[in-house]
Design a protein around this ligand. Structure first.
Ligand code: PMM
Length: 422
């Protein structure tokens, strides 16, 4: 389970401390999961209000089905479906996102009060859409996409689905940046079920960390999709119907939220919000677990050494203080029994070796310094694991701040611990 990292900034969405729940309202006669149920304007509005009342942070309104094989509708029809729903929900104080691939629909929806544009084509279906998003400055969900739904499943071929989707999504991201969209407007989405077979969806979900590591918020739309129907198929191979995929969806929500995604796009509010609450608490507990459970520890804290690390020329010329904390996982019992320094870590000698790294060859990143210090610690006889924190209290930050620090945890691989007695 990955530990919490600060939420990447998304314009207009201050950090919430948990995964967001985006409730779905498909104002369509033919979406796979709720086909027709909310096609009527009043029913769609009522559904959006219910989702918001259940705790959905956003309500995503879409007028065009993107289920595999779906044909496109014309822009006038899409506008007719979504505009009154967006307007009514926004007027009622609901945060609305518009699920569209068209600039004209996005513009009308933003005009009617939508606060986010969700583009499953990730800027590829209508070049005017990223241009509109750039000009309006609205947050923008950019999804991995290989082509329109009518024949997208023909394109579900990957050498390595995670690497391929990551690369293509980054290319789409760069393309919208080139059209003037700012990085802090963008949420990335791996596009579960879009030009993907069930095993592709599972691989993407199991490696969400690859996407959260891109430094942008990540949205996952797995709700009731076909890969869950396949997982839950009957003994005769009949896939479970969408309505029977609710609990499995809640489970995916919990796991995705625990993996640190920014949001999940789901058909039901309450149960998914409960799942998010479980994941949030789980992540908090994981973050506070000790790095070296149960073992003996030797700590050396506040080792202050002058160094020249940093990306700026001034940092290389002038240098600045770095402060190092290390906590070593060591078995101290043999040294204690014999009362013998040679059987434990000599922290004086270790401090000299750590100081030499900090004062030595300048590198760009505090992360690199921390990694080198961890290597020195793990090369010290008896050290099984180490937590290294490198503080840079005078880092070039244009605001008053307390500290900048990088903490890493590293352990020796099996059989790699150097024994003190050898
Ligand atoms: N899936 C659907 C529609 N819109 N938007 C994003 N960002 N991500 C998705 O995975 C996604 C989407 C299709 O599902 P639906 O028919 O249940 O709305």
């Amino acid at each position: 389970m990955s530990s919490p990292v600060p939420e990447p900034e998304l314009r207009g969405f201050p950090p919430l401390g948990r995964c967001r729940v985006m409730g779905i309202v498909n104002v369509t006669p033919d979406s796979f999961s709720d086909g027709g149920r909310f096609y009527d304007t009043d029913k769609a509005i009522a559904r959006g209000l219910t989702l918001a009342a259940e705790g959905a942070d956003l309500v995503d309104v879409g007028g065009e089905s993107t289920r595999p094989g779906a044909q496109r509708i014309d822009v006038a029809e899409e506008l007719r479906r979504v505009r009154p729903v967006v307007r009514a929900l926004a007027a009622d104080g609901v945060a609305v996102s518009i699920d569209t691939m068209r600039a004209e629909v996005a513009a009308a929806a933003v005009d009617a009060g939508a606060v986010l544009v969700n583009d499953v084509s990730g800027g590829q279906a209508d070049p005017g859409l990223p241009a509109f998003v750039a000009e309006a400055g609205v947050p923008y969900v950019l999804m991995h996409w290989r082509g329109h739904s009518a024949d997208m499943q023909k394109r579900a071929e990957y050498a390595d689905v995670v690497a391929d989707v990551r690369r293509e999504l980054l290319a789409q991201f760069e393309a919208v940046l080139a059209r003037g969209v700012a990085a802090d407007q963008v949420v990335l989405d791996p596009g579960i079920g879009f030009a993907k077979l069930p095993h592709h969806d599972w691989e993407l979900l199991a490696q969400l960390d690859v996407f959260t590591a891109l430094g942008r918020p990540v949205l996952v739309g797995a709700s009731k999709k076909k890969f869950l129907g396949r997982l839950l198929e009957a003994p005769d191979g009949t896939p479970r119907e969408p309505d029977g995929r609710r609990t499995a969806t809640d489970a995916v929500t919990a796991l995705a939220a625990a993996a640190g995604v920014w949001g999940v796009r789901v058909h039901d509010g309450e149960a998914n919000l409960d799942a998010v609450r479980v994941a949030t608490r789980w992540r908090q507990a994981a973050a506070s677990r000790p790095a070296h459970p149960g073992g003996d520890r030797i700590a050396l804290r506040g080792l202050r050494v002058f160094g020249r690390h940093g990306v700026f020329e001034r940092e290389r010329l002038d240098g600045q203080p770095f402060v190092v904390d290390v906590v070593l996982d060591v078995d101290t019992a043999p040294a204690a029994r014999a009362d013998d320094l040679t059987l434990t870590v000599d922290y004086g000698g270790l401090a000299d070796r750590l100081a030499a790294v900090v004062a030595g060859e300048p590198v760009n990143l505090v992360e690199t310094v921390a990694e080198r210090l961890a290597e020195v610690c793990l090369a010290t006889a008896g050290v099984r694991a180490v937590t290294v924190t490198v503080h840079k209290p005078q880092a070039p930050v244009r605001h008053e701040f307390g500290d900048v620090a990088v903490t890493i945890v590293r352990s020796a691989g099996a059989g790699e611990v150097t024994h003190i007695h050898e």
